[in-house]
Write a protein that binds this ligand. Sequence first.
Ligand SMILES: *[C@@H]1O[C@H](CO)[C@@H](O)[C@H](O)[C@H]1NC(C)=O
Ligand SMILES: *[C@@H]1O[C@H](CO)[C@@H](O)[C@H](O)[C@H]1NC(C)=O
Ligand SMILES: *[C@@H]1O[C@H](CO)[C@@H](O)[C@H](O)[C@H]1NC(C)=O
Ligand SMILES: *[C@@H]1O[C@H](CO)[C@@H](O)[C@H](O)[C@H]1NC(C)=O
Ligand SMILES: *[C@@H]1O[C@H](CO)[C@@H](O)[C@H](O)[C@H]1NC(C)=O
Ligand SMILES: *[C@@H]1O[C@H](CO)[C@@H](O)[C@H](O)[C@H]1NC(C)=O
Ligand SMILES: *[C@@H]1O[C@H](CO)[C@@H](O)[C@H](O)[C@H]1NC(C)=O
Length: 240
Amino acid sequence: MKLNLARTLSPCYSADLRPASERLVSAVGCTVLLMIPPLKASEVVFWEYKTGPQEGVIVNYAFDRPANTSRPYKNRTRFNETDFSLQIVLQRGDDRLYRFRSESEATGWFQLRVVEPLSEPEIVGNSSVKAGGNTKLVCNVLEGKADLYWWKKNGELLLGSDHIQFVDNSTLCIVKASMNDSGYYACVVRNEVSQNETSFLLHVQNAANVVLPVILACVVVGLLAGAAREKGWGERVCAG
Ligand SMILES: *[C@@H]1O[C@H](CO)[C@@H](O)[C@H](O)[C@H]1NC(C)=O
Ligand SMILES: *[C@@H]1O[C@H](CO)[C@@H](O)[C@H](O)[C@H]1NC(C)=O
Ligand SMILES: *[C@@H]1O[C@H](CO)[C@@H](O)[C@H](O)[C@H]1NC(C)=O
Ligand SMILES: *[C@@H]1O[C@H](CO)[C@@H](O)[C@H](O)[C@H]1NC(C)=O
Ligand SMILES: *[C@@H]1O[C@H](CO)[C@@H](O)[C@H](O)[C@H]1NC(C)=O
Ligand SMILES: *[C@@H]1O[C@H](CO)[C@@H](O)[C@H](O)[C@H]1NC(C)=O
Ligand SMILES: *[C@@H]1O[C@H](CO)[C@@H](O)[C@H](O)[C@H]1NC(C)=O
């Protein structure tokens, strides 16, 4: 016996809303409805879960008594005593297997995958860099786990090159920044149930804007020691 159907109840647009009978991907905070086919006569029924070797009862119902819901589910489940369906408001730990059982029959284990929607990511970096320097922007996901990262500049997809490098998926390196690299950089993150993004204004300062004594000082320092060291630093930062 299989579950008749499992689905995420609307409104919960981030999750997979298509009904399924063997596996469903849903999101933390969404409500899922689990339903069973018509049942042979029975005196007691159970909804159960399994995580690895650990099994437990979510609700048991003997027809002459009120349904008995186990404590961790009490505030967020609704068991229907007529059709035996179960609604669960999902939490992080609910990514596990579920089944319905009576005295004489049981459904197969149903897999519910529960994914946390991604919050707006955070871009960490230096918003003002000097032309010719290297810089990196790191995209941090604060809630949930991203499966995919990509970057946009002024709304357009950014492609990798010698000049634009992606490290560890979440880090964007700009090698030898020029004034053309100024603009809005957006980091886009995605997982099975959500997509989110944030943007960051990068300003590359023209070295010529800097007053003359500073240029002279930079040139002198650069000639003496800085250039080689700075190059080494850039390579380390941007090669990960
Ligand atoms: C209610 O369910 C819990 C967990 O399944 C069980 O330990 C307890 O004995 C049940 N209580 C009654 C009155 O059925
Ligand atoms: C369930 O929610 C009620 C109020 O909504 C609260 O008083 C109660 O402590 C909660 N119980 C559990 C087990 O979280
Ligand atoms: C329980 O299920 C029956 C039959 O599907 C339905 O008519 C009833 O409205 C449901 N009750 C609740 C509280 O959802
Ligand atoms: C992005 O995350 C914020 C919370 O950080 C949330 O309010 C917003 O709805 C999310 N956007 C999308 C498209 O999911
Ligand atoms: C950002 O860059 C400026 C100029 O390149 C530098 O003076 C400043 O220390 C940097 N800030 C951080 C946090 O790296
Ligand atoms: C980057 O993403 C790919 C798949 O998109 C993954 O295989 C790889 O492990 C990720 N690398 C890091 C450092 O997260
Ligand atoms: C900067 O952009 C302009 C126009 O988009 C282009 O003509 C110029 O070659 C670019 N300069 C650099 C250093 O990439």
